[in-house]
Design a protein around this ligand. Sequence first.
Ligand code: DQA
Length: 144
Amino acid sequence: KTVYLLNGPNLNMLGKREPGIYGADTLVSIEADCISFGKTIGMTVECRQSNHEGQLIDWIHEAGEKAAGIVFNPGAYTHTSVALHDAIKSVPHVPVVEIHLTNVHAREAFRQKSYISPVAIGVICGFGPLGYQLALRALAERLG
Ligand code: DQA
């Protein structure tokens, strides 16, 4: 099964970006770990990152044709994007697991609201890069 691993804005800066909050791992290394973990559970993980909301929307639509599920860290768009919420609703046959490196509930008030959670099958946050693998496992269970 092919699943998309989508990362949103500023996540290309992992490793350099506020390492005290987001850790030292780069997105490239997180993606490589997800690809090898995916292999162990029979999943092909296709990794993409964009800083642009419209590009993320296009990939969600594309997943509707090409992927069995999505693991999605929407970055700050989590807290602002009705358009990403609607994009996920437009592919109802594609389960989405929302993931955040940090525990967004323990941070600023503006991070408490997610436009993605109501259209996700579940949410993982606060476990750093491990969260991506937990999300892949959850998706694998859901897809059977
Ligand atoms: C994040 C949390 C968001 O609030 C933030 O805007 C990010 C990263 C996380 O992975 O912890 O860019 O999604």
